[in-house]
Design a protein around this ligand. Structure first.
Ligand code: HEM
Length: 129
């Protein structure tokens, strides 16, 4: 006997039209910040290699880092790293059972990690400019 399935089921797969809970936003940001951090490792190693190659290399790296665009990229990297670490610590605390895994704690800890990352991002901006 076939299953009885409602023909008009609610289907909404357009993520832009779904009101995402803060924990979902925190999760998406954690993935994006992880990918940015991964790309950043290459950029920072390239810069480190240049600065250690010779005296001229060091001056060249210093020169690159005085530009607004380079500072903006570095600020983005530091912001992504700050958020990734905050979100990562939240994950670790949940995994070890220090934070209860329920909706209220999940939402509150997501808000706290985003807020701390915003503060660290502002501090990174102050440090760079
Ligand atoms: C070079 C440094 C790092 C890079 C490139 C990096 C990159 C990534 C990437 C790409 C993911 C996968 C995200 C996903 O699939 O949703 C991830 C996950 C994760 N990262 Fe990092 N990460 C770095 C440092 C850190 C640090 C310092 C922490 C600790 C605070 C951390 C904690 C985590 C945790 C807990 C997860 C798993 C999250 C989950 O279960 O959804 N990561 N990382």
């Amino acid at each position: 006997m076939g299953k009885i399935v409602k023909k008009q089921r609610p289907v909404n797969l357009d993520l832009r039209t779904i009101n995402q809970p803060v924990s979902a936003i925190a999760s998406i940001l954690h993935r994006i910040s992880g990918v940015i951090t991964f790309i950043a490792v290459g950029i920072l190693l390239w810069l480190l290699g240049m600065s250690l190659s010779s005296q001229e290399g060091f001056l060249q790296a210093s020169e690159i880092m005085t530009g607004f665009f380079a500072k903006f990229i570095l600020w983005g990297i530091l912001t992504a790293l700050a958020y990734h670490i905050c979100g990562g610590i939240r994950h670790v605390l949940m995994d070890f059972g220090f934070l209860e895994e329920n909706l209220a704690i999940g939402s509150a800890s997501a808000k706290v990690s985003i807020a701390i990352a915003v503060i660290l991002s502002i501090l990174a901006g102050v440090l760079l400019w």
